[in-house]
Design a protein around this ligand. Structure first.
Ligand code: ASP
Ligand code: CP
Length: 331
């Protein structure tokens, strides 16, 4: 597979995706990740959150572990929260973005990644514009790989923090709940990870968005497709709005942002269609006034900042899981 090709095949589910190397565990996606593993990560993250709310001083759990955070695509939340999580657990952390690397001098991605390995990285957190890039990396190097978003494929730690936020909002249980996921589903790795994770824990999903932004594989992904945002949100327990991914569009898929906001944007009237205690999620960054009206983004039903705070806790739990035996040795 060539991860520099945008048409790279998506990683198929199957044996080896969660394989351990040297006692370490990859996290390449939520597709196929067993329910008990998802729940164990969420429970672990809740413990991290409780501890961090009381005491932010670092532990030494990951003192034997080197974490490299390699961002080949822009990021604010994911980059910062992985850095903070690794430091809270006492790891050695190094963060790179594609700007400033010797890739610009013609070095290949594979050779770049092997530099990280040669520097002793036990866990490599990677974001890349190509679907399948994290799986490619996992095949190339002997470190645990955590996918921080690979093109339109998956963003598993985002999916986990979304599940954590929903379980908190729903009083600790997923039973009998339904969420509407609205917007640019075709280009959204957030939607894919959420759909896989939600199905695994038994949450019903209704998808809504412009036909041009619905993936061809929508039936394989799962969930019910609604014709309108109002239909999707009627009686729902939560809504997740997705950013319009302009950077992944060839053009011509949307008439205009103003038209999108009118037909698919979530405003206060649409929020009132949901259950009285339903919550509003968005992975960020938000195009204010497009996917979400500003008063909804900042309103009392919004749990967007809880998602960000839960991101640190989820990433603590994932780094601990990925470090495997090295974390246990330090204990
Ligand atoms: N930040 C998320 C991602 O990187 C969502 C987005 O950018 O719309 O996938
Ligand atoms: N939600 C998310 O992944 O945000 P960033 O792109 O800012 O990391």
């Amino acid at each position: 597979m060539n991860p520099s090709s945008p048409s790279s095949a998506l990683t198929p589910p199957g044996a080896g995706r969660f394989a351990t190397r040297s006692g370490a565990t990859h996290l390449l996606g939520l597709e196929g990740l067993p329910r008990e593993q998802i729940l164990a990560i969420l429970d672990d993250a809740e413990r991290d959150l409780a501890r961090l709310q009381k005491d932010r001083s670092p532990t030494d759990e990951l003192r034997l572990v080197t974490v490299v955070i390699a961002m080949f695509e822009d990021s604010t939340r994911t980059r910062v929260s992985f850095q903070i999580a690794a430091k809270r657990l006492g790891a050695t952390v190094s963060t790179f973005s594609s700007h400033g690397l010797s890739l610009s001098k013609g070095e290949t991605l594979r050779d770049t990644l092997r530099i990280f390995e040669a520097n002793g990285a036990d866990v490599v957190v990677v974001r890349h514009a190509s679907p399948g890039a994290a799986a490619y990396l996992a095949e190339q190097i002997d470190s645990a790989v955590v996918n921080a978003g690979d093109g339109m494929h998956e963003h598993p730690t985002q999916g986990l923090l979304d599940l954590m936020t929903l379980r908190q909002a729903w009083g600790g249980s997923f039973a009998g709940r339904r969420i509407a996921i609205v917007g640019d589903i075709a280009h959204s790795r957030v939607a894919r990870s959420a759909i896989f994770g939600l199905a695994t824990v038994g949450v019903a999903v209704t998808l809504a968005g412009p036909a041009t932004l619905m993936p061809a594989e929508v039936e394989r992904l799962g969930g019910t497709v609604a014709a309108t945002v109002d239909e999707a949100m009627e009686g729902a327990d939560a809504v997740m709005a997705l950013r319009i991914q302009r950077e992944r569009m060839e053009g011509g898929l949307l008439p205009s942002f103003a038209e999108y906001a009118r037909v698919w944007g979530i405003d206060a009237a649409r929020v009132r269609r949901m259950k009285p205690d339903a919550v509003v999620l968005h992975p960020g960054p938000v195009n204010r006034g497009v996917e979400l009206a500003p008063d909804v983004a900042d309103g009392e039903r919004s749990v967007i900042l809880d998602q960000v705070a839960n991101g640190v806790a989820v990433r603590c739990a994932v780094l601990r899981r990925s470090a495997g035996a090295l974390a246990r040795e330090a204990a």
